[in-house]
Write a protein that binds this ligand. Structure first.
Ligand SMILES: [Zn+2]
Length: 334
């Protein structure tokens, strides 16, 4: 390391142990720039790949902090995790060989490699491994709220050089399975309007109940929670896609239009109505029984909505009884 080397700490802005404002954008990172006696901290958010870059603020901070440093000045990155060290220093050839297949934040990592290749000076990545570094990282994260209040997360435009982009996979490295998966990633699958609407609604409900913001991918993963039997997971997945033939589905089917209404309540049928809204005998008794069981866990009971049921895999309860979340999933899933 020469005397001209600048040290940059890159930190994930979101953290489970320190509360940060919900307004901090997904994928935001903190850059702490150190050179001799100068220290600059900045909250940075991605201006591109926002959908892809949600899980690592370290990548955001590294990409955008490079824009602050001249290309001929050496940089030493001190990272909170081993993500960048492993991906860029150990596995880069492997990931580029299979077009980053299966790698989280693949688009952002490709951009990071692109901006690194534009540099002519030495760049190194290290995981924080001593007390001083870890203290600086902790201090940086505590600054998140203040940085957000001062000027918010700063967007820095990326300067990508298209001639340095390596696309596609190496024939010598791909197998039939990898080739199939790569072809699948290139196929545009249109999002179903009803699915997007349901997911948005469930996430909004969870965000109003939980401390941390919920991501769509977490919601989909939660449908396979071990507390759910396979049939329940399948049922929830179909509900998310509004795939059951209930209610409005029958409106345009000749001779079956009457199936669009609940025969008991004479209102438009829907999965929400069937699960929690119908006055047919048996339903209220079922929810009353679930409520009594729930009360034994010393938690306040309220009849769930369809969104509560679909998001039950992620719901957390601040109850002394550690089985409360599990029971909630059983109540919702039953
Ligand atoms: Zn009904």
């Amino acid at each position: 390391m020469t005397s001209d080397t600048v040290t940059i700490y890159v930190i994930e802005a979101r953290c489970k142990t320190i509360k940060v404002p919900k307004s901090v954008p997904d994928g935001s990172g903190i850059m702490i720039f150190k050179k001799r006696q100068h220290t600059v901290a900045q909250l940075l958010q991605p201006s591109t790949n926002a959908d892809d870059l949600r899980t690592s603020g370290e990548i955001s901070a590294a990409i955008y902090s490079i824009c602050f440093v001249p290309k001929d000045v050496p940089i030493q990155f001190i990272c909170e995790t081993k993500l960048l060290c492993d991906t860029l220093c150990r596995d880069l050839t492997k990931w580029e060989g299979i077009d980053w297949l299966g790698v989280r934040n693949r688009l952002a990592l490709r951009d990071l490699v692109n901006v690194l290749r534009q540099r002519c000076a030495y760049t190194s990545f290290h995981k924080a491994d001593n007390k001083t570094d870890r203290n600086i990282i902790d201090e940086g994260r505590r600054l998140t709220t203040r940085l957000m209040q001062d000027g918010g997360a700063r967007e820095v435009p990326l300067r990508i050089d298209p001639t340095l982009n390596i696309s596609g996979a190496k024939l010598s490295l791909i197998t039939q399975r990898i080739a199939y998966r790569l072809i699948r990633t290139r196929l545009d699958t249109a999002e179903r309007r009803r699915t997007v609407s349901t997911v948005t609604s469930v996430i909004a409900t969870l965000n109003s109940q939980l401390k941390e913001l919920t991501r769509a991918e977490d919601l989909w993963t939660s449908l396979r929670n071990p507390d759910f039997r396979l049939q329940i997971s399948d049922f929830l997945w179909k509900c998310m896609h509004d795939a059951f033939r209930v209610g409005r589905f029958w409106r345009n089917i000749p001779r079956y239009e009457d199936r669009a209404k609940c025969q008991y309540c004479d209102t438009v049928d829907s999965m929400s109505h069937i699960l929690v809204g119908c006055d047919a005998p048996g339903q209220s008794e079922l929810w009353t029984m679930a409520g009594r069981l729930w009360a034994k866990k010393h938690a306040i009971w309220s009849k769930p909505t369809l969104e509560d049921i679909l998001g039950s895999g992620l719901r957390q309860w601040h109850s002394k009884n550690i089985n409360a979340a599990s029971l909630w999933r059983e109540c919702g899933g039953s």
